[in-house]
Design a protein. Structure first.
Length: 100
């Protein structure tokens, strides 16, 4: 996508954005008092997203799959909507997966 590397750190700015967004949503989810049936799914997929981001070269199809699972698991918990939107925006920075 033509993104430049951050001077000094060498980290792809898309990866940095993804790490920040995932961290924010993980904190928001951890602080949310409501228990819902798919909460463990959301927590597991956020951990997977964090691992992918830390690897520095996440696979776009896997990113999108995890995003869909997190969005489905969180559902309509409005208190988490802003943080979830930020994760979606960060995933979108990586572009579309290749067409088959």
């Amino acid at each position: 996508m033509g993104q430049e590397r951050v001077t000094g750190s060498g980290e792809d700015p898309r990866v940095a954005e993804l790490r920040t967004a995932v961290s924010r949503l993980r904190r928001a989810l951890a602080g949310h008092p409501a228990q819902f049936p798919d909460r463990p799914v959301a927590e597991d997929e956020l951990a997977a997203l964090d691992t992918m981001a830390r690897s520095g070269a996440p696979e776009i199809p896997r990113l999108r799959r995890s995003l869909l699972l997190v969005a489905g698991a969180i559902g309509s918990v409005s208190a988490l909507a802003s943080a979830l939107r930020d994760v979606r925006i960060a995933v979108d920075l990586f572009g579309e997966p290749p067409r088959r």
